[in-house]
Design a binder for this molecule. Structure first.
Ligand code: IMP
Ligand code: MG
Length: 177
């Protein structure tokens, strides 16, 4: 596995993200919605650097696809979503790849009439975007390679790596779809 960002680079990226979010929201109450499962490490690190009054909710976005990123039908599970009507909402996800997940999620959550809604991601992959939106806050940009660690998985493995690594092709089995 090739290391892309070490722990210090991730820490600095998340600190920048937190500083931008803090500068924009100040002491305004915020409802942070993490997108499971990839958000978990970023969410834990990010919220501890934010000082405004905060509620946390979670959604799960799952799509029928292979082990990596083959696109499929996106399903958003909202069982752990608090009432966001009239709230300022910040969606937190691991990576903006094609953008389809975030685009679909924003559309669904808009229907619940939040006061405002923005998005923050750890990573944005270069040259992959298929939608007209971009995340409002991005910690780090990555080239178009498959990365794991710091919450990101391959076939639900590697999320616990404290650094971000690129998977070599011999470490990725054939996609099953
Ligand atoms: P999008 O809908 O194409 O933007 O994909 C977003 C989701 O795909 C992320 O939340 C990840 O779960 C997954 N994903 C995309 N690229 C990678 C990657 O390089 N490593 C691990 N997961 C990825
Ligand atoms: Mg994933």
């Amino acid at each position: 596995m090739k290391r892309i960002f070490d722990e210090e680079q991730l820490r600095a990226g998340v600190a920048r993200l937190a500083a931008e979010i803090s500068a924009d929201y100040g002491t305004q109450p915020l409802t942070v919605i993490g997108v499971l499962t990839g958000c978990i490490v970023l969410l834990a690190d990010l919220i501890r650097q934010l000082e405004m009054p905060m509620r946390i909710g979670l959604v799960q976005a799952s799509s029928y696809r292979g082990k990596a990123t083959r696109p499929g039908e996106l399903i958003i599970h909202r069982d752990m979503l608090p009432d966001i009507q009239g709230q300022d909402v910040l969606i937190v996800d691991d990576i903006f790849d094609t953008g389809r997940t975030l685009d679909a999620l924003l559309r669904q959550l808009q229907r619940l009439e939040p006061r405002s809604i923005r998005s923050a991601v750890l990573l944005r992959k270069q040259g992959r975007c298929q939608v007209s939106i971009q995340p409002d806050y991005v910690a780090l940009d990555v080239p178009d390679i498959f990365v794991v660690g710091y919450g990101l998985d391959y076939d639900d493995m590697y999320r616990n790596l404290p650094y971000l690594a690129a998977l070599e092709s011999d470490e990725m089995g054939e996609e099953t779809g």
